[in-house]
Write a protein that binds this ligand. Structure first.
Ligand code: PRX
Length: 684
């Protein structure tokens, strides 16, 4: 997993290796109502029935024109699904539900300030608002099918409205997580070639009304420096008519959406019938180099896959109240707040703010008041809620039937709290393993079919056939007790088609390692490399151990160590930087930064603060390092490579292993004493 010289550290190497073989069984009441109770689904989706089995998911959608080719492999490994078909994603999430669900809440939005009223948008209201905005985007912003538009929006209903308006026009949206900096947003604008940015003036978070519009000024400038001109910035206002940002509106460039919308009152825009393989959106994610990757997800395959998995794994029925607490700025929100649930005519709950604001009971009050019965969140949030108020869930009258955990491994102890205290012993839990690239779930138990096993994701989803390879490409058998690289043997409709503008990187990152023949047009020659280490138990369940590359999973969010390190290097005093993952009780992992200084400088608190500030500006607050250690030198191999593995072991106070072959072994002990033996201040 780490390469043979042991040069790089991987999260997998430092993952908690718990043993867990205890089963929990789905309650009979859950099974009685579940969408999928038939074992035969796995037979229908066996490899022998691939790719035709996925027709079952595609048939959940309404097609303008049915496809003729289920899977086109002619451009391997860029897979194209349901070719020949035409479809509109917005039509499938909105218009087609009007006859039966016109007056049903599509989205219920809960603002962070508790005194502000919830906003419930019925499917009819959503239809009206999406149409009016689509008219504005088309006529005022000049957007048309195939154009890219960058969204930098927080958790407000305007975000799904904007996404759906884009989808209606065939415009490719690229939503950048609201917590990312203006700089990050600007780089994504440039990479995607967007000439329109859609943002908001401000939003509530942890009791503050944050100024968000100010980031757009930097974003436009950064994009401009990279040669991408932004013609228009469309600014939603958190409180229409009232501007809460300090940033000036630039004349001729910045426009308030609420001032423009009245011009489109009552407008109706025909959904544009798109080829199934047309891109629906880009979602940027971190990789092993500094430059984020724009994962391109296509319309028909993606929508079919998220509809199918929302139905079978999330077990969403139209009458359910479903709450996924992720941010729509990440893939989880795209797939399992917006496109999956809405394609099934569900009621999808969105919350603006922090789960523990103003107190540890907030999440449970929302669940109680709205009658939420399906709940979906990440281990980080579960750990946070447990720490803030372990007994809080019991104080509120809500009952979930189904709960999800996603994004990181969940410790069995935390799982059991989720099960007993949050689920009150009556809800099933699915631990869903997947990635930005994969569009939807890869591994999970089927909630009414399989028993749950705390700490293990479960078997492959129907139609997903994982395999674990060792470094040399030999298969690691189930039950062998050995870990390896988890790969997927076959394509599936939710998978991304390419990295926007960089197909070479797409092939080299995800397929080169285990490709059997680079000329092949046969999918069997192209196993998908996830970048995760996993172990498969005797029962077929996969336990995901963590990343094998230079990606840190912080609170379920992916950060590239190279992105962090290049931010550190922007501080003029810094000569070298290494950022490693460090175990954290709440967030799972946090970045721990090591820097060495150019000879003319002395260590100072000011330099540490400058490093933190650089990371926040370059990436955003989520990337804030736990500590910044100023070290005399980095531990290095004789060929001059920084030994991150050693630094990570020091950060976690683990066994450092043999360092005698290093070029400068003496520095290791010096650093260890600095980090473990002293009172290096934690930066709050
Ligand atoms: O390492 C795996 C971890 O999160 C990575 C994907 O992160 P991202 O693209 O941001 O998507 C997060 C939401 C799907 C994976 O490579 N991961 C994801 N789900 C799990 C997980 N690790 C353990 N268990 C999971 N259920």
């Amino acid at each position: 997993m780490s390469d043979k010289e042991g040069i790089e550290v991987s999260e997998a190497e430092i993952a908690a290796h718990w043993q867990e073989e205890e089963y929990f069984y789905p309650p009979a009441e859950f099974i009685a109502q579940a969408n999928q109770t038939d074992q035969a689904v796995f037979d229908r989706f066996r490899l022998g029935n691939f790719p035709e089995c996925f027709k079952e998911y595609a048939d959940l959608l309404t097609w303008d024109k049915y496809w003729h080719t289920t899977l086109d492999t002619s451009n391997a490994p860029s897979w194209r699904w349901f070719v020949g078909g035409r479809i509109n994603a917005c039509y499938n999430c909105v218009d087609r539900h009007l006859p039966n669900h016109r007056n049903k809440a599509a989205i219920i939005w809960v603002p962070e300030p508790e005194e502000e009223a919830d906003v419930a948008l019925t499917y009819q209201e959503l239809y009206v608002r999406v149409n009016e905005l689509a008219a504005l985007l088309q006529d005022f912003a000049g957007l048309k099918a195939g154009d890219r538009v960058t969204l930098h929006l927080p958790m407000v209903p305007e975000l799904p409205i904007t996404m759906l308006a884009c989808a209606r026009l065939g415009v490719i949206h690229s939503e950048v997580f609201g917590g990312f900096s203006g700089k990050s947003c600007g780089e994504r604008i440039a990479d995607s070639g967007s000439r329109i940015l859609i943002t908001m003036d401000g939003y509530h978070r942890a009791g503050d009304l944050l100024d968000h519009k100010v980031k757009s000024d930097e974003a436009v400038q950064v994009a401009g420096n990279e040669g991408q001109v932004v013609d228009k910035v469309l600014v939603w206002r958190r409180y229409p008519g009232q501007y809460v940002s300090k940033s000036k509106m630039v004349k001729g460039r910045d426009f308030f959406v609420d001032e423009l919308l009245p011009n489109y009152l009552g407008a109706r825009i025909e959904p544009v019938s798109m080829p199934a393989e047309a891109p629906l959106f880009l979602m940027y994610t971190s990789g092993t180099t500094g430059k984020p990757k724009g994962c391109q997800h296509n319309t028909g395959g993606y929508l079919a896959y998220v509809a199918g998995t929302s139905k079978y794994v999330q077990d969403i029925h139209p009458e359910d109240v479903y709450w996924c607490m992720a941010d729509i700025g990440w893939i989880t929100g795209h797939s399992y707040i917006v496109y999956g649930p809405l394609s099934l005519a569900a009621t999808s709950v969105m919350y603006e703010g922090v789960p523990t604001y103003p107190d540890a009971g907030r999440t449970w009050r929302i669940a109680e008041r709205l009658g939420v019965n399906i709940f979906h969140t990440a281990p980080t949030t579960i750990r946070m809620l447990r720490k803030a108020g372990p007994d809080e869930p019991g104080k509120y009258q809500f009952q979930f039937k189904h709960m999800t955990t996603v994004g990181e491994p969940i410790e069995p102890e935390v799982w059991r709290w989720y099960y007993h205290s949050v689920g009150k012993g009556k809800a099933v839990i699915v631990d869903t393993y997947w990635q930005t690239e994969t569009g939807g779930f890869l591994c999970s138990t089927m909630p009414a079919i399989h028993p749950m096993k705390p700490g293990s994701a479960g078997p492959g989803m129907p139609g997903i056939h994982p395999i674990i390879y060792d470094e040399d490409g030999s298969v690691i058998e189930r039950g062998s007790g050995k870990a390896g690289n988890i790969c997927i043997q076959n394509p599936w409709p939710g998978g991304f088609e390419t990295i926007w503008g960089d197909r070479k990187r797409y092939v080299s990152t995800y397929y080169e390692k285990y490709c059997r023949n680079p000329e092949s047009k046969d999918w069997r020659d192209w196993p998908y490399f996830t970048g995760d280490a996993a172990i498969q138990a005797d029962d077929g369940y996969y336990r995901i151990l963590g990343r094998v590359d230079d990606v840190i999973n912080v609170a379920g969010h992916r950060l590239g160590t190279k992105e962090l390190e290049s931010a550190c290097l922007l501080v003029p005093e810094v000569a070298e930087a290494a950022v490693v993952p460090m175990a954290d009780d709440i967030k799972g992992r946090v970045p721990d930064a090591y820097i060495s200084l150019k000879p003319e400088y002395k260590p100072s608190k000011k330099i540490q603060e400058a490093v933190v500030a650089a990371i926040e500006t370059e990436i955003g607050k989520i990337a804030r390092p736990k500590r910044v250690h100023i070290v005399p030198d980095m531990p290095k191999t004789r060929s001059g490579k920084i030994m991150r593995r050693v630094l990570a072991a020091i950060s976690d106070a683990r066994d450092i292993g043999d360092v005698t072959t290093l070029a400068n072994p003496e520095v290791v002990e010096q650093i260890r004493q600095m980090v473990q033996g002293d009172n290096t201040e934690t930066l709050k």
